[in-house]
Design a protein around this ligand. Structure first.
Ligand SMILES: [Ca+2]
Ligand SMILES: [Ca+2]
Ligand SMILES: [Ca+2]
Length: 286
């Protein structure tokens, strides 16, 4: 005796078969999506290297850190006079003890006799050393863009304030992303900047392929980092490429700090995948 008719059995079998097919397609697609996920798994190691200013008065590298603003001695002397700076160390001195020698106070348009030009509680030296605008109150960051002529790249740099991947991906919708707690432009240490090499067709943002051609860069090519402060000071830094390699997302070589200003560009590799990272390293030349 049976309670289920043959027809019902057939229907149940059909449902079961459909369920199996559906789950195969459903979970299979998840597998494929995770395998080909083009998002950078921005592995956020605790980057312990705290950025310090590390500009010393007699540093022979000072010129490099001053960016493009070749100092005009006559204009500097006028400025020094107005600010009552004199003596042997008029150039390298730091009368307000904010960590910025007079030379860099001049370059950045800050007050050489006031440790905190914008009065926001952060000294000029700390602000510049960490990418903040020394002449804009609060936690305003200096406006930065990244230009790589060879690749036709000209994109804003977003100062990422997160190490949560979903939020970092949001930052990448708006440009290239600066890894939090890595060096600021022109400052000692390793500045890490990440960009998409590819993304889903439906992904938001205008920078989904910004580093698509990163692999075209060669040792010796130049990356320009341009900064603009609220007070109008524009400083351009140039980094020259020293190496290029493919590695895993959490390779410590990507994150390792350096005693001088260096730049690390990173993107997902090969194109269209999230398997590895293409890394370009550069060091400051100007
Ligand atoms: Ca100073
Ligand atoms: Ca100052
Ligand atoms: Ca300040």
């Amino acid at each position: 005796m049976t309670f289920i008719s043959d027809n019902l059995k057939f229907q149940l079998k059909k449902v079961a078969l459909l369920a199996v097919l559906f789950s195969a397609v459903f979970f299979g697609s998840f597998y494929l999506v995770s395998f080909f996920d083009p998002h950078p798994a921005l592995k956020t190691k605790a980057i312990t290297a705290v950025q310090n200013l590390a500009i010393t008065a007699n540093d022979p590298e000072l010129q490099k850190r001053a960016g493009n603003d070749n100092i005009n001695l006559a204009a500097f002397n006028d400025w020094a006079k107005i600010n009552n700076l004199s003596g042997d160390n008029v150039y390298d001195g730091d009368p307000d003890k904010d960590g910025l020698p007079n030379y860099l106070e001049y370059i950045h348009g800050t007050d050489p006799n006031n440790a905190d030009t914008d009065g926001d509680g952060f000294s000029d030296g700390v602000e510049i050393g960490n990418g903040y605008d020394p002449d804009a109150k609060g936690e305003a960051m200096t406006v930065v863009s990244v230009e790589i002529d060879k690749l036709g790249v000209d994109a804003p740099m977003v100062w990422s304030k997160t190490d949560i991947e979903a939020n970092m991906l949001k930052d990448l919708e708006n440009g290239l992303s600066h890894f939090m707690k890595t060096a600021a432009p022109g400052q000692n240490g390793n500045m890490i900047i990440s960009g998409h090499s590819s993304n889903y067709a439906w992904a938001k943002g205008g920078y989904n392929h910004i580093f698509e051609k990163l692999n075209d860069l060669q040792v010796g090519d130049i990356v320009k980092i341009k900064t603009v402060q609220k007070n109008g000071r524009m400083l351009d830094y140039q980094y020259k490429i020293t190496s290029k390699f493919v590695t895993t997302a959490n390779d410590q070589k990507i994150f390792e700090n350096t005693p001088t200003p260096t730049l690390t560009l990173t993107t997902c590799w090969p194109l269209g995948t999230n398997l590895k990272r293409l890394i370009v390293k550069a060091e400051i030349v100007k």
